[in-house]
Design a protein around this ligand. Structure first.
Ligand code: FES
Length: 379
């Protein structure tokens, strides 16, 4: 099978980054979760043998990095087996977890199975907000698990998703990370996909909140703080879109719990694209030949203003899922772009977020990520 070329017309597109979403089950209910809101309707999870087959196929195609996520991947009792297979095949593996479902023994077993890297997420820097957002009494356990992970010799990698409700606590968040002896901290502002899309009103920060958080982060770096901080700005405050996933079907391959192969975690919602199932097709056909993976490769699919834009070779028109969510047209320019005729859909949301006092609750109730709300949204 011949590998397609990337947007540069020269380099081969290979699924270097394989994200295995092992399950949509999760003990938490974060309202910014990027999982699909229709998760209650999504079919049976793949079994161990399916995952092991997929890992082997992906590795044979050149996949090098294996992300293990969910939902909460620790829910899977076969996680150690999958990790061990990843190690046997030569993947660099990364567990993306809330830490709920971990204990010191399990951390040791995962290390023994050959897991290379663990990222643990916190919802906030204090128990009250952390437990409210996650919907479980998990704060102390997360701290304990962060220490257990570090004691296995892993670098401490923390992830804190920022939004209107916690971003003002940036000093406390950094102090918590320092107290936990973190090495790397991802301060990732919420992007508005999945459940976050339904909670934009409640979660989108103000310009002032964002500027404050960036300033505190920069000051920490300038003081020569030992931790490496990554600060990710929300797309809604940008003027140009991101080259989402580094290009559709170029390096990134997600496998959903039900076996659907996707070029990004949010693509399931795009209309008229039939995403292939790894239980029915081999990965090389899916990647190289399937209509869904070829749909947004290259430039031919683009409409104006992207088609004639000099920046299309940098951003590939932005994110297809964001374009669809904001305009109903998955071929449109990502409205994050100031050149998009629909840019006002982003700036209007930003203006609304800035007009309302931060302390004021939004007029829409928060929709927590859980099967009950999934059924409610999708009937
Ligand atoms: Fe699907 Fe950006 S998240 S293309």
């Amino acid at each position: 099978m011949e590998f397609p070329t990337r947007h540069d017309g020269e380099t081969t597109a290979r699924p270097l980054w394989l994200l295995a979403e092992l399950t949509y089950a999760c003990p938490l209910q974060c309202p910014y979760c990027s999982n699909p809101t229709e998760l209650a309707q999504i079919g049976r999870e793949m079994d161990t043998a399916d995952w092991i087959r997929v890992l082997g196929q992906a590795r044979a195609m050149g996949a090098a990095q294996l992300g293990l996520s969910g939902g909460e991947p620790l829910v899977r009792r076969d996680l150690e087996e999958i990790v061990a297979e990843g190690r046997r095949l030569g993947f660099y593996s990364n567990l993306i977890t809330s830490g709920v479902g971990m204990d010191a023994d399990r951390a040791a077993r995962l290390a023994e199975a050959g897991l290379d890297h663990i990222q643990i997420s916190f919802q906030a820097s204090n128990a009250e907000l952390n437990n409210f957002l996650g919907g479980t009494d998990s704060f102390e356990q997360k701290k304990e698990m962060a220490r257990a992970i570090k004691s296995q010799g892993y670098p401490m990698v923390l992830n804190i998703v920022l939004h209107r409700k916690n971003i003002d606590d940036i000093e406390e968040i950094i102090a918590m990370a320092e107290a936990l002896d973190a090495d790397y901290v991802e301060l990732a502002n919420t992007q508005y996909y999945g459940w976050a899309w339904h909670n934009r009103e409640a979660l989108l920060p103000t310009r002032e909140q964002l500027a404050h958080a960036e300033r505190v982060t920069t000051e920490y770096r300038e003081r020569g703080g030992a931790m490496k901080l990554y600060f990710v700005v929300p797309d809604y405050y940008e003027e140009r879109p991101k080259a989402c996933m580094s290009g559709w079907g170029e390096i990134f391959l997600t496998i959903a719990p039900d076996g659907l192969a996707l070029p990004c975690h949010a693509a399931r919602q795009l209309p008229g694209l039939s995403f292939p199932d790894v239980r029915e097709h081999d990965l090389d056909w899916i990647w190289c030949e399937s209509p869904a993976f070829n749909h947004f490769r290259g430039y031919d699919w683009m409409a104006e203003p992207c088609r004639s834009c000099s920046e299309k070779t940098k951003d590939y028109g932005g994110c297809r899922c964001q374009a669809y969510m904001l305009t109903g047209d998955m071929y449109a320019a990502d409205p994050v772009c100031a050149k998009s005729p629909s840019h006002h859909r982003v700036t209007d949301a930003v203006e609304r977020a800035n007009e309302r006092p931060v302390a004021e609750a939004s007029s829409q109730p928060i929709v927590f990520r859980n099967p009950r709300n999934s059924k409610r949204i999708h009937g």
